[in-house]
Ligand binder design. Structure first.
Ligand code: ARG
Length: 462
């Protein structure tokens, strides 16, 4: 049955009915809609609209419906306009006319807004948990690989040697920010729209604070017009998803590169790769490619909802029904990608030999040689130039910096002594980077222990 048939003399066109319906996707709000209705029933009892008996009947029936839904017993909902109409009809089948009292002082506008905030709150927490798991994996691997050296890159050109742990902890920082962003959003969006009616509020004396308490909201909205037309919380959630996807896309891209024969730094576990239907030798990193590719659709979700909302006059407009698929899709996608990335990272095999070998060509210790000269009184700019000349010389001879004899080096600067070879040793290069946040083993260990402590506290709060 329709929730709004009274003023119409003509039936809705079938095509229009189909076009207008959101049940195929908002059925996912079943749990939230039941929960919101439970809160509404209590508020109606307090306002004197439902008596004790009606309240009990309503709550029991709503709980039963929820159980039936969970058990997969509510199967055919075609023909219903949306989840709200469906639940009201099912409730009517159970308790008759009392079911029709539930909509007193409530519109689907505040109802759906409330459902959506509840959904976003629940999923933001789920995503935060998944991110904590990913952070756990990253720091676990970082600790495991704290003595593996590889080239760090700028412009995708070999730049300076770094520890693999340091690299992994860079992604730790990104996903930590993502985690904090989701948690932080939870503080901001925890506002209950229910009680705002269609847009102007409610005639009935609903105790909204009481209702918010029951539904686990921190506070209630203070403007009914904004409350029913606000989808900022969906947008914020999708934005947080895009940021997380972007980070996942970056690490995916890097791991894909590293797994090529050209780099040969890592091997991606066969369990997360696929073969080619034509080329028998292929092992493709599809898991990571998909995580990278799916980033596009989540960006799309954000742009799509931003565009839906941007021209809307206050208050509710049916355009807002389009909030759901974008929000659901962004949430679903980010969740499976985090879970997949965690699996791939946990199972990666590291070729430390290739990583170290890659540090030997490309003059990764050139900056260390310039620093060496600077420590001995040469202004850095001059030292930079001298080492530049040395590199040109090396390139002509096809040699590395450490291949050069002291006599050859002295031609470029007379401050060179025997200790230069220690200064440009790759391990020493790393371990001399001692400022906070640097790549030396000592510093990375310090960072990891700070982050591990942070992670422990966050996990205990979950
Ligand atoms: N299915 C609708 C949505 O998702 C519910 C709200 C309908 N409100 C209305 N005034 N027609 O937005």
């Amino acid at each position: 049955m329709k929730l709004w048939g009274g003023r119409f003399s003509k039936n809705e066109d079938e095509f229009m009915e189909e076009f207008n319906s959101s049940i195929s996707f908002d059925i996912r709000l079943f749990e939230e809609d039941i929960e919101g209705s439970v809160g509404q029933a209590y508020a109606l009892k307090k306002a004197g609209i439902l008596d004790k008996d009606e309240l009990d009947k309503t709550i029991n029936a709503l709980n039963e419906l929820y159980e039936q839904y969970k058990a997969g017993e509510i199967k055919s909902y075609d023909g219903y306009e949306d989840v709200h109409s469906l639940i009201e009809s099912l409730l009517y089948e159970k308790i008759g006319d009392t079911a029709y009292k539930l909509h007193t002082g409530r519109s689907r506008n505040d109802q759906v807004a409330t459902d959506m905030v509840m959904y976003v709150k629940k999923e933001a927490l789920n995503i935060s948990n998944l991110l904590l798991n990913l952070l756990d994996t990253l720091i676990g691997n970082a600790k495991k690989y704290n003595d593996i050296i590889l080239p760090g890159y700028t412009h995708l050109q070999r730049a300076q040697p770094i520890l693999l742990s340091h690299y992994l902890m860079a992604y730790f920082e990104m996903f930590k920010r993502d985690y904090i962003r989701f948690k932080d959003m939870l503080n901001r969006i925890d506002i209950m729209p229910l009680g705002s009616g269609a847009l102007a509020g409610s005639t009935f004396p609903l105790d909204r604070d009481y209702e918010a308490d029951i539904l686990g909201f921190k506070c209630i909205s203070l403007n009914s017009i904004d409350a029913v037309s606000n989808r900022d919380f969906c947008l914020e959630c999708i934005f947080n998803c895009t940021m997380t996807m972007m980070h996942m896309s970056r690490i995916s891209e890097e791991l894909i590169l590293w797994s090529t024969k050209e780099f040969n730094f890592i091997e991606i576990d066969e369990a997360y790769s696929t073969g080619s239907s034509m080329m028998p030798q292929k092992k493709n990193p599809d898991s990571l490619e998909l995580a990278r590719g799916k980033t596009g659709r989540v960006y799309g979700d954000l742009i799509s909802l931003l565009t839906v909302i941007k021209g809307l006059p206050l208050a509710y407009n049916k355009d807002m029904q389009e909030d759901k698929e974008s929000t659901f899709d962004a949430v679903d996608t980010v969740k499976i990608c985090i879970a997949m990335l965690k699996r791939v990272i946990s199972s990666i095999k590291v070729n430390s030999g290739s990583m170290l070998a890659a540090c030997k060509t490309g003059y990764l210790n050139a900056t260390d040689m310039a620093d060496y000269l600077t420590e001995r009184g040469i202004p850095f700019r001059k030292a930079h130039e001298a080492v530049g000349n040395i590199i040109r010389y090396c390139e002509e001879k096809g040699e590395t910096l450490e291949d050069l004899s002291l006599d050859e080096l002295k031609k470029f600067s007379d401050v060179f002594t025997d200790d230069v070879y220690g200064a440009i040793d790759i391990k020493n290069s790393i371990n001399k980077k001692l400022t906070t946040g640097s790549t030396s083993q000592e510093m990375v260990e310090k960072t990891m222990s700070i982050e591990e402590e942070w992670l422990k506290i966050e996990k205990s709060l979950m």
